[in-house]
Write a protein that binds this ligand. Structure first.
Ligand code: FMN
Length: 198
């Protein structure tokens, strides 16, 4: 209890969207992971789509029926169902987001619904913002709630050192802080709603 308010713990999953060898996604994910861990109310885990290794959608039934036949779908369903909030770490590929991410969304439906989703995007001058804008209609179809606050990193390679570590500047830290505060706010509200709905 703090100020008479009950503290709700949130299970936050950070999803690395890029899967190609030599990708930079993990460097950015490590940074936002460390920042998110500072929120006492968050339990944070990184989900790497390269490791999760989903095939192209191969379930015969519509996701909303949850009649999964494949073990990889059952495992993915369990992981996403346990989450209260998401942070997507995504590059921009050809003015959009990677197909691996769309595929990961498409496997499930109810497991995503009524949960907040935040974005760390990276790219060239446009900082991945075109990918971000195209993600919004996709995630709202799944009744995910996309946050207004996001972190968009332009010319991101300038911030990756010789050890492969991403070093954020003050503006990025401030953007991350604002986004994480919103994730906590929406995470609390939506979790309360989901519990009441059950
Ligand atoms: C298939 C592909 C398409 C790309 N298209 C864009 C683009 O539209 N805009 C952009 O800013 N960067 C683009 N890039 C450059 C990426 O920002 C850069 O390669 C980044 O490292 C990709 O993320 P990743 O390393 O995690 O895969 C593209 C890269 C790839 C591999």
């Amino acid at each position: 209890m703090e100020n008479g308010k009950k503290k709700i713990m949130l299970n936050v999953k950070i999803i690395i969207a890029s899967t190609r060898p030599g990708r930079k996604g993990p460097a950015l994910a490590s940074w936002i992971f460390e920042a998110a861990k500072k929120q006492k109310e968050f339990t944070v885990e990184v989900l790497d789509l390269a490791e999760i290794n989903l095939p192209f959608l191969d379930e015969p039934n519509l996701p909303r029926f949850q009649k999964y036949e494949k073990e990889h779908t059952k495992a993915w369903s369990k992981i996403i169902d346990a989450a209260d909030a998401f942070i997507i770490v995504t590059p921009e590929y050809n003015y959009s987001f990677p197909a691996t991410l769309k595929n990961a969304f498409d496997f499930l439906y109810h497991e995503w619904t009524y949960k907040p989703i935040a974005f760390v995007t990276y790219g060239g001058l446009a900082a991945g913002t075109r990918a971000l804008q195209l993600l919004k209609p996709v995630v709202t179809a799944l009744k995910l709630v996309p946050l207004v606050e996001s972190v968009n990193i332009s010319f991101f390679t300038k911030h990756i050192d010789e050890h492969g570590k991403f070093n954020a500047n003050e503006e990025m830290e401030q953007s991350a802080d604002a986004m994480l505060k919103e994730l906590l706010f929406w995470g609390n509200g939506l979790k309360t709603m989901r519990v009441a709905k059950k």
